[in-house]
Design a protein around this ligand. Sequence first.
Ligand code: FES
Length: 261
Amino acid sequence: MTQTTAESAARKQRAQIRVRTLRTDRWWLAPAFTFAGLLLFLIYGLWAIFDKSYFVDPYIAPFSSPCLATSCPEGARLFGLAPFGDWYTLPPGILILGLPGGFRLTCYYYRKAYYRSFWLSPPACAVAEPHGKYTGETRLPLILQNIHRYFFYFAIVIGLILTYDAVLALVHKPAGLGSWILLANAVLILCYTFGCHSCRHITAGRLNHFSRHPLRYKAWTLVSKLNARHQQFAWASLFSVMIADLYVRLVAKGVINFPFA
Ligand code: FES
C-alpha cells in the first residue's frame, strides 16, 4: 500500500477512542425517562385492555373505543351499531388497539425514542452502541416501519371517533368533568396525528410550486406547525389518553363520583 492510500484509508475510519463516550453531561437522563414513560404506557395498556369497566354513560374509555360487538353495553356501541355481532366476545380493546398502537410504534419520533431507550442503538448522540452490526431499517422486521403512512389513515379515523365520544359526553346533561378530560385528550390526539410526517408529505409532498396550490400550501403550513411540536404532542397525547382512560374506568368502578365525574 502506498503512503497516500494508507493515509486515505486511515482518514475513512472512525476515530478510535478507548472510552464509550467523551460526553461529560448526563446524556443517559433522556433515554432513562423515555424508557420509564414508555414502559408505564405499556403496562397500563395491558391492564386496560382486559379491564371490564370501560363504559359508564355517557363515557367510554379511549382504550376501548370504538366498541363494535354485541358484547358491548348498548350505549357504548359506535352509532348504536355492532358490525362484529355475536361472534366477537373478547375485550373491545384487543380488536382496535393494533391500529393506534401500530401508528405510534412506527412513528418517526417514537422510533428514535425506543431505538435509543430500549435498544440503545445508540443511547444518545456521540455515545457508542453495544451492538456490533448496524443494518438500519433495510431488512425484516424493521423494514416494516415503512407502513407508517398506512397506519396514519386509520389513526385519523380513531382520532375522529374519540372526538365524537367526547362531544357525545359534552352534550349529555349534566356534563361532568370527564367530558372535558375526554375532549382535551381528543384534541391532543388530533394534534399528534395531524402533525405526523406522513401527513406533511400528503399535504404538499412532491409539489414543485406552492403558488399553484394555495390550499395545499395552507394545509402544509398548518401541519408543519404541528409537526414542529410532534415530540411534545407525542408525549402529551400518550399521557392524556392514559389519564382519560383511567378516569373513565374509575368513574365506572364508582371510585370517582358526581359532581367530579
Ligand atoms: Fe409520528 Fe407519523 S411521524 S405519527
